[in-house]
Ligand binder design. Structure first.
Ligand code: ACM
Length: 263
């Protein structure tokens, strides 16, 4: 199976341009599963709930999800992509999973970062991995990486690959913790981060790039530069993530002492 990340620089509010750029990058490389950044179609730094509501879209009927569905069907690929999902009065920092046969699932970010807390509603859906052609895949978004419970729950529920759309801003941290999340759960992690800077609403954020693909032993199979757009895929054997042994005597899941943990 070939899995990849799309790292690019969305322009705030330019949904059509951002979709076109992400699709053009994917067209240059072959993959079965692509992960795109958090909020890849809109940009990140909203300055009001009203602005967010205007740029948010229903899922799966909105423009962005329909465009992703079209690309997935035409190219025969699975896509995991972050977007602003509007549902009734609520707006979520969400990610959709789509494939060649249509819409598969959505995830809504559980742990909102910084000013996201002012504009977005917190996620309200269970952590449920999905089956993509025989491979079990989970989704988490950016700051969720600080909460090891998220990746652990996805892995305990069978995820072999954890897809991680991101807009990371704290240098090196998400890249480091997603290596650890991979290692401690013996899963593949696939982080798609963005690059560039956004200066809006009195704030300046610099996104750290460094999108990466990590193997269950923590090895970095691919990593993008900090400051360049790149769509890159590598071949993996997802079955490796079924084996939780790290020595003859140690199985990371069988050896858990959950009677001593709060969760
Ligand atoms: C983040 O959660 N976008 C840092």
């Amino acid at each position: 199976m070939r899995v990849g990340y799309v790292q690019f620089k969305p322009r705030f509010g330019d949904v059509k341009g951002n979709l076109a750029r992400a699709f053009a990058l994917m067209e240059g490389e072959d993959a079965d599963l692509w992960v795109l950044p958090e909020l890849f179609a809109t940009g990140y730094l909203f300055d009001s709930r009203e602005e967010l509501r205007e740029l948010g879209e229903p899922v799966p009927g909105g423009h962005t999800t329909r465009a992703l569905l079209g690309f997935a069907r035409d190219r025969g690929v699975y896509l995991v992509a972050g977007l602003a999902e509007r549902e009734g009065d609520k707006v979520y920092n969400a990610a959709v999973v789509v494939g060649p046969r249509g819409f598969i699932a959505r995830y809504r970010k559980l742990h909102l970062f910084g000013k996201e807390k002012l504009w977005f509603d917190p996620g309200d859906l269970p952590l449920e991995p999905v089956d993509l052609g025989g491979v079990t895949v989970g989704v988490m978004i950016c700051f969720d990486h600080f909460f090891p419970e998220v990746a652990r729950t996805l892995a305990l529920r069978g995820a072999q690959i954890i897809c991680h759309p991101a807009n990371l801003v704290l240098p090196g941290m998400g890249q480091l913790s997603m290596r650890v999340r991979a290692m401690e759960n013996r899963v593949f992690t696939l982080t798609a981060n963005r690059i560039g800077e956004e200066a809006r609403a009195g704030e300046v954020l610099r996104f750290t790039g460094g999108s990466q693909i990590v193997a269950p032993d923590g090895a970095v199979l691919a990593r993008a530069p900090r400051d360049r757009e790149e769509a890159r895929a590598v071949e993996i054997e997802p079955g490796e993530a079924r084996d939780k042994r790290i020595t003859r005597y140690n199985d990371l899941f069988a050896d858990r002492r959950s009677e001593f943990y709060d969760l």
